[in-house]
Ligand binder design. Structure first.
Ligand code: GTP
Length: 393
């Protein structure tokens, strides 16, 4: 599936930068265009793979290239004022060759948190292609303002996109790691999962596959809107010399071995499907009640079979209660592992979001209280008790 990716804010820019690198490394053909938008000049300069002419600095007259300091209302205002500058960078994208837009952003800060929903709304007005969001939730240790920003941005972003894919930093943070090192690893995880998912719709002939996932299946799984999460599991395998058993049969290979191999391949796939669905999701949630799902099995063609995918698909149907579970292959010769990626779309039972909203409401109340008290507190500090002093003028 070919995407026009727009990274908004620092996290968004860094993640899209990594997608470009992934795309080059794997030749996956998913990033048709990459744009980074920010109010902070230094963040744009730190990017490595997005071309310089595709880095858009907005809000210069307001914040002088220094960012909005986690003020997402200002982030949204600036994005509205300067949306034409972003549009200019998108104008050179061959949109007729693009299957969808993907607006990527951390939701806890200011620039991306406020700007990403504004841009999504703008893109939906201009283009007929679907506009998806990839929103990153802050860690719960980041503090009240980040949580409040994320809760407000999440609500708005979901409304403005055709589907919001969510990644929760909180579920992935490791203790005792530097923030930067931690983000690098987390960003790798994001790009790996979504790279396989979107790459699955980009297989172009050549490979031996039983039922290759088409980009329309990804689009249909995301259609209907709401919130999505992605599961992943993988197992290392050795690349076989003859793929699919066909060659071995033609050359008089052992039928018993083939039978054993098929059973092992099927079992490996079904267990990878379970591990992916029940393991750590990009946004942890109850999978029961997911409205639609897509199962992608990636790996060397010899290790993929229809039976395994069918079984995995049925199991997912039972677990989610959904009647819309799609599935298919993503053949990758020489990859050295079989991976299962599961997209669960339209999830609604997400305790983490409820918790985020609760903390955000408390933070909002605290902020209001402090603001109310602030004026009288300052007054009592500055003025003497008996009002004996007079100010200069
Ligand atoms: N996964 C991931 N999350 C990040 C990364 N950098 C920041 N974040 C998260 O994204 C949130 C927003 O941070 P930024 O993207 O730096 O903020 P911004 O949109 O540039 O906005 P301002 O800096 O306030 O102008 C943070 O609260 C973190 O939770 C990153 O590299 N990877």
């Amino acid at each position: 599936m070919k995407l026009a990716m727009i990274g908004f804010g620092q996290a968004g820019g860094k993640i899209v930068d990594k997608f470009v690198e992934y795309d080059k490394r794997h030749n996956s053909g998913i990033v048709k265009a990459a744009v980074a938008v920010n109010t902070a000049k230094a963040d744009l300069m730190g990017l490595k793979h997005i071309p310089k002419e595709k880095r858009v600095l907005i809000g210069q007259s307001r914040v002088k290239g220094h960012g909005v300091g986690a003020d997402n209302e200002l982030g949204a205002e600036i994005a509205e004022e300067d949306v034409d500058e972003v549009q200019s960078a998108i104008d050179s994208v061959p949109v007729h060759e693009v299957d969808a837009f993907l607006v990527v952003s951390g939701l806890g800060g200011g620039t991306g948190s406020g700007g990403a929903p504004v841009l999504a709304k703008h893109l939906k007005r201009i283009y007929t292609e679907p506009v998806y969001g990839l929103g990153v939730l802050p860690g719960s240790d980041e503090g009240g303002i980040y949580t409040l920003n994320a809760a407000r941005s999440f609500q708005t972003f979901v409304r403005e996109v055709d589907n919001l894919l969510v990644f929760d930093n909180d579920a992935w943070r490791k203790t005792g790691e530097s923030v930067q090192g931690g983000y690098d690893e987390i960003n790798e995880e994001i790009v790996k999962r979504f790279g396989i998912l979107f790459g699955a719709g980009e297989v172009t002939g050549g490979e031996v596959a039983e039922s290759v996932v088409d980009s329309s299946e990804i689009i249909n799984t995301l259609a209907g809107g709401g919130v999505s999460t992605v599961g992943y599991a993988r197992e290392e395998v050795e690349e076989k010399q003859n793929s699919g058993g066909l060659l071995s049969r033609l050359t008089g290979g052992n039928d018993e071995d083939d039978g054993l191999d098929t059973a092992r391949t099927t079992n490996r796939i079904t267990s990878l499907v379970r591990k992916a669905a029940l393991g750590r999701l990009t946004l942890p949630c109850e999978i029961e009640g997911a409205e639609r799902a897509l199962l992608v099995l990636a790996g060397p063609p010899a290790y993929l079979n229809r039976k395994g995918i069918e079984r995995g698909r049925k199991w997912l149907e039972e677990q989610t209660g959904s009647m819309e579970v799609r599935g298919g292959d993503y053949p990758v010769t020489g990859s050295g592992f079989v991976a299962s990626v599961i997209l669960l779309s339209g999830v609604t039972n997400v305790p983490r979001i409820k918790e985020l909203q609760q903390v955000a409401i408390e933070a909002q109340e605290n902020i209001d209280e402090i603001n109310q008290e602030s004026e009288s507190n300052l007054e009592s500090l500055v003025n003497d008790d008996e009002d004996e002093l007079e100010s200069l003028f």
